[in-house]
Every structure is written in C-alpha cells, then in structure tokens.
Design a protein around this ligand. Structure first.
Ligand code: COA
Length: 640
C-alpha cells in the first residue's frame, strides 16, 4: 500500500503519495554484487566468493528464504530497510562522532567588527532558526522535487521533521535516536555554549516568544556569566566527543547525581545548540574553518565548546568562522543544505530587527547548567580530552577549489557531472595507489516513503578500464580508445546511479538479507562472513555530492583508518572538494590526492576537447534501469 507522505492543513499544500522502497529481485542484486567486486579482488578470491554467492542464490536456498522474509517485511512495514540501515550506519557504530560521523557545513567567512557584532549575528541566526522551525511545525515547507537524473518526482519530507526534535543518546552497545513530538512544549529552549559553559535560553518567557533583541540581550548576559571564572564549570561537552561506548559509560556515572541528571535532561531536549566560539588563533582559510567545524580544534581550542550528540549545532566564532556541525542519524546533508540555505538567505535578506522591536518582558537571568564532578569524573574528562586530541592531530584535511572548469563544461560534453566527477575521483585514487577500492557514493532514495540513502558503488570495471587507459596504458592507447573508455565509465556510473536512486541499489538489499537472517535466528550465511563481503563494506573511498546554491560547503571525515572522505560541491564554473584522510595511515595523503585529482580533471578535459574533433559525442546510454524506475513511478499522482 502506498503511503500518504504528508497531510498538510486543508488548502495549504498538495500532498503526494510516495511508493515504498522496493525489494530488488534477488538474482539482480547477487549478479550486481559479483560484478561490483570481480575486478577489486584476486581471481582466486573471486572464484571462492562466486561459489558462495551462487550457493546462497540457488533455487530453494537460503537467499530465496530470506528474500521471501524481506518481501513479507516490506508488506508489513512502511520502509523495510529504515531501521536496519539506521542501526548499521549510525546507532551501532562505536566511533566518536566528531570527524568519524558528524558532517559539517561551513558558512561564508563573516567579517565581524567586534564581539558584539558576532552576538548580533548569532541572535539573527537564532531568529532565523525559529522562523524555519515555524514552517516545520505548521508543515508549511514546500515539497522537494528531485533534480538531475530522473528529475521532477516528489521527495519524502520526513527528514525535515527530525532537524530540531531529535537527540542521539549514547548506549553501551547501541545508541538511541530520541524523537520528541514536533512542537512539543518541552522543547522551548536552546542551549548556548560559551567558554565550555552551557546556558539555557528559554525561548518563551511569560507566554511570549523572545524577540531578536531579547535573544541578543540574553546572549550578552551569557557571555558575561561565562567570563566569571569563579563560577566556571568543568568542560563536560568534551565527553560527547568520546567513543560512543565510553560516553555511554561515563553518562551512566554522571546520572547518579541529580544535578548532572537535570543538566543532561535539559540539553537532551533542546532545539539546537549555539556555540559562541572565541577566536581560534588559527589562520582563517577554508581548510582551517572546516577543521574547526569538524572537531573544534580539540580541548585547547573549541573542542569542548560543543555538544556532539545534538543534531543541529550552530557555531558562531568571534573571528567570523561560522557553520553547523550535525549529528547525522536523523537527516542527510541535502536536507541540512536546504535548512542552512534558508538561514543564510534569511540572514542576508531579512534585516535584523534589533533596535526596532520592544522587549517582551523583564527577562530572567539565563541559567547556567551545573555539573557535579568527582575525581573519577575528572579522570574521565581527561581521557576524553586526550582521545579528542588524538583525532585532531590525526585528521589530514584539504579543502580545494578546482577552478579550471565546472559542471557547465561537463554538461556541454553531454555527460552527467556527477558521474564525471566520480570517475575523476577513481582516476585520482588509482594514480595514488595503483588500484581501485570499494567506494561509497551516497544516493538519495527520498523518492520513496521515509527513504534515506543507498550506495552507488563507483569503482566499476568500466572505470578501471578507463583509469588504466589514462595511466598504465597511457602511451599505447589512442585518444579515441580513451574517450570510448571514458564514455563506458560514465555510462556505467550513470546507470548505477539510476539503479540506486530508484531503489535497486545492492547495499541496502544485502544489508536487509543479512539482518533478517539474524532476526529469524539463522546462523549468519556465509555470503556475509566471506572476506570479500567484509572488505567490500570497508569504504576506503567515501564520497558524497552536497551541492549548494549559496556560498558554503560541506565536509566530513573518512570512514576507515586508511581511507578518504571526499565531499564535493559542483558549481557552474568550478568544483569544490573537501578531502579528508588520517595522518596515521601511510597509504593516504589529502594533498597528494588533491594533486592527482587536479591533474586528472585537466587530462579528462583535454581528452574531451580532443575527442570533440573526431568523435560523435551523443551519449549512447543503455538505460537498463529506466524501465524499472518508470514502473515504480507510473502510479504517482505527481506533475512533471
Ligand atoms: N548531459 C547534460 N547534462 C546532464 C547530463 C547529460 N548527459 N546528465 C545530467 N545532466 C545535468 C542534469 O540535468 C543536472 O542539471 P541541473 O544542474 O540543471 O539540475 C546536472 O547535470 C546534474 O546532474 P548529475 O550530475 O547527473 O547528478 P544528479 O544531480 O542527478 O545527482 C546524485 C546524482 C547521485 C548525487 C543524486 O541523485 C543524489 O542522490 N544526491 C543526494 C546525495 C546525498 O544524499 N548527499 C548527502 C549525503 S549526507
């Protein structure tokens, strides 16, 4: 049964019926899985995996049984993969949130004349957040429609309703995503962090909502209070930067005391956290701003002036370094972009109302959150600080603007910009490492009810043939052979994208088959303990397109110790890349990767230009997945 996505107030907005995430055919997934790994592993290992996969998929075998169970589950639930995916991607993960999980959005650098200026900015930003939240609470946000490939279908809006009312509670084995009812009166406050102190800003005082000048006056009082060293509390925010199990254990210690319990309860229910940062002392550039968003520079800088569990955390630095750092489990980067772009436009388009509005009332002094500490807790704080410092030292980040051309040039070649950029990332990786590796590219499945993402496995055999043509076989192949291979790579990538965004990706399906086997208490099928499956889920290259229409960019860390995180933002005339890796790995270097990427992008452009002279560049797509996708959407009552 299709599900009505949203029921807005009568006459306000249209509602759309979204299909459920489909369960792909078993054979299709198993074939695609084998194709996706064949060229990435040794022949002997491939043969072993092939026989395991064939056994799993044989008629009447384990695969068919699990597939049947998944199909049943898809009938009985709104979204069969949602919980499996959420647990696997986030809640079961034990690594610390900063760098490893929380992405950041870096706002344009602000030029504050003085400290007061930065507080005015923060007050204006908070006002924007409250405006945006009003749209959410009244369900007045317009429905998003897909762009790019298969443009024009309505997208699931559910993630927007998780922006401000969620909290990731640490657990010993698994975290919990706590969801408050939208518009709950328990949630009428924000938390302001300043000098590692946490303050409560009640947004409703004597039944009146604070106006911007009230917000500013509260912020000013908080800053004054934070400066009072006698009342200063220990930097408990650091604890949230720790590994999830460590933080859960510490939290169990903290809540034995009622003061800590109360402070935690207030933070866990807030709408968002606003971090007022002191100047970091670092030279302000794109890379340093991104670093400050991702980890705050550690405990010596702003790393403790954060509460990493809270999904929406805004940073306003006195030195103009501003942005958001987000707990990722409730929403994707694309929804974050929509929200932050609204805020940026609000900030520039609607003048600050400070000085024009009258105060709502005599405002009570802001509340500082208090913490009870013991020598044991002090020790835990020290350990958290050290672990964060290690992460800070280890992160190798490079934000790079490739200015030779942008997505308009790629479109002129009649190629998908996203596919082209993915191929260029593979070329860069191959140049640096002489091999391709399991790669993750997030593909939105918001075309489906409660859809989040699946994976586009970008290291295709066609791309391997192309990158070899550009490196190992560079001199022996003609340009026409190289361009043919480029087209094959682009077509393969485009087809994988279409498969993934229409719910035919293989990663969610394999995850579902694995997890349902555990639900029915089956011994873990060999296909999931096989070294190829394990390795193919270690995404050495973790990539994501996060495009923006205002000047800002997204970044995140690698997902494995020897990997790269690569977030890119294609613009008309340039491409922005945020590349991360760990210094601790001898296999990676963000600067070397960027250099290889730059070179490859120039070579690809030259190849396209040369080929324009002798090759018919009309794309010869083999839309093998088009039929699948069209049948999924055929019943939709949407306008195209
Ligand atoms: N010739 C000319 N133009 C083409 C083309 C071709 N062959 N193929 C695509 N284009 C155009 C598109 O029409 C589109 O135009 P627009 O800029 O006017 O909208 C543009 O190029 C971009 O299309 P493309 O590069 O193919 O990518 P896409 O926009 O379809 O994006 C994904 C592909 C996978 C990134 C997207 O589907 C997706 O899933 N995005 C979400 C990723 C995500 O979740 N990120 C956050 C994770 S936290």
């Amino acid at each position: 049964m299709p599900i009505v996505e949203r029921e807005p107030p009568k006459g306000r907005r249209e509602s759309y019926v979204l299909p459920k995430v489909p369960v792909p055919p078993l054979k299709q997934t198993l074939d695609m899985y084998l194709t996706s790994i064949k060229h990435l592993v040794k022949e002997e290992q491939y043969q072993k995996t092939k026989s395991i996969v064939e056994k799993f998929g044989e008629p009447g075998g384990t695969g068919e049984l699990l597939q049947e169970k998944l199909l049943e589950k898809s009938i009985n639930t709104h979204n069969w993969v949602y919980d499996y995916w959420l647990d696997d991607m986030y809640l079961n993960q034990r690594l610390a949130l900063p760098v490893n999980s929380n992405p950041a959005m870096v706002f344009p650098k602000q030029d504050f004349r003085d400290h007061k200026d930065s507080l005015k900015f923060a007050a204006h930003l908070i006002t924007g957040v409250l405006e945006y939240k009003k749209h959410i609470d009244t369900r007045a946000l317009p429905v998003d429609f897909s762009r790019g490939q298969l443009a024009g279908t309505p997208l699931c809006m559910k993630q927007y309703y998780r922006l401000f009312n969620t909290y990731r509670l640490p657990g010993l084995k698994r975290d919990t995503l706590v969801i408050h009812e939208t518009g709950s009166t328990e949630q009428e406050h924000i938390i302001v962090a300043c000098k590692n102190q946490f303050f409560v800003m009640d947004l409703v005082v004597k039944e009146k909502t604070l106006k911007e000048m009230d917000i500013l006056s509260q912020l000013e009082k908080m800053v004054k209070m934070a400066e009072n060293t006698e009342e200063r509390q220990p930097p408990f925010g650091l604890l949230t930067s720790d590994g999830r199990t460590e933080w859960a254990q510490t939290r169990d210690v903290l809540i034995k005391d009622s003061v800590n319990r109360e402070s935690l309860a207030v933070i866990e229910k807030c709408l968002c956290v606003v971090c007022l940062d002191d100047p970091s002392g670092m030279e302000v550039g794109d890379t340093s701003r991104a670093l400050l968003m991702l980890h705050g520079g550690g405990h010596e800088k702003m790393g403790a002036n954060r509460w990493y569990d809270k999904p929406m955390q805004f940073v306003v630095g006195e030195d103009g370094v501003c942005g958001t750092v987000c707990e990722h489990s409730p929403f994707e980067g694309i929804v974050l972009v929509a929200c932050t772009e609204y805020l940026m436009k609000f900030m520039t388009g609607s003048p600050s109302k400070i000085g024009r509005a009258t105060s709502v009332s005599e405002l009570p002094a802001p509340r500082r959150l208090l913490w009870k500490t013991t020598p044991h807790i002090q020790g835990l704080l020290k350990a958290s600080a050290e672990r964060l410092q290690r992460l800070v030292r280890d992160l190798d980040m490079d934000v790079h603007k490739f200015e030779v051309y942008g997505k308009e040039f790629i479109k002129k070649q009649k190629m998908s910009p996203d596919a082209y950029i993915q191929v260029s990332l593979q070329l860069a990786f191959y140049r640096c490492n002489g091999r391709l590796v399991s790669t993750y590219e997030s593909a939105s499945i918001r075309r489906f009810h409660e859809g989040r993402v699946d994976n586009i496995r970008s290291a295709t055999p066609e791309t391997l043939a192309f990158v070899k043509a550009m490196t190992d076989e560079k001199t022996s192949l003609s340009d026409s052979e190289k361009i043919k291979r480029l087209w094959d790579a682009i077509n393969a990538q485009t087809n994988s994208t279409i498969a993934a965004i229409t719910g035919m990706g293989i990663d969610n399906h394999l995850l579902g088959l694995r997890e349902i086997s555990q639900e029915i208490h089956m011994e873990m099928p060999e296909i999931f303990t096989d070294e190829t499956y394990v390795a193919s889920n270690q995404f050495i290259l973790s990539t994501s397109q996060v495009p923006t229409t205002v000047e800002m960019f997204c970044c995140y860390g690698p997902v494995v110790p020897n990997g790269y995180g690569c977030c890119y933002n294609p613009q008309a005339d340039h491409l922005l890349f945020s590349v991360t890796s760990f210094h601790g790995s001898t296999e990676t270097s963000s600067a070397v990767f960027i250099k290889a990427l730059d070179e490859g992008l120039v070579e690809m452009r030259d190849l396209c230009k040369t080929s324009n002279n002798f090759v018919e560049t009309t794309p010869k797509y083999i839309y093998i997945y088009r039929n699948i996708s069209l049948s999924i959407y055929s019943h939709l009552p949407c306008k195209h």
